[in-house]
Design a protein around this ligand. Sequence first.
Ligand code: THU
Length: 130
Amino acid sequence: MTDHELLTIALEARDKAYAPYSGFKVGAALLDREGRVYAGCNVENASYGLTICAERVAVAKAISAGSTKFDKILVVDGDGIITPCGACRQVLYEFAPHIKVICAGSSGEMMEYDLEDLLPHSFSLQQREV
Ligand code: THU
């Protein structure tokens, strides 16, 4: 699965985003270690705080399908390049502390990060044993 294939899947998901309040549509494509891809889009709500980001939708789809080991997640919005919000970083960290995070523009430009660099000194239950 190439990054450009992931981008195509994320853009298709982005088209389905439900973002009537912000007008900001986001798509994500999460690649697991078996090569399966789980797509997500943001889902907003009239009670704004209930909004779910594209990345967390993709994680929930994967986990609920029984997939728990991940290699990469690609995230794309419409114009520039965005990096995942703090809540999504924390949720990704739960399952894949070293997942590659690819932040893409819709025309193909990409930045790649290790999640550990986007969320240093993160909270995890292992800390309780330190
Ligand atoms: N959003 C995402 O889907 N992912 C992010 O990483 C950042 C923000 C969504 C949430 C909301 O629907 C819209 O973008 C504006 O914040």
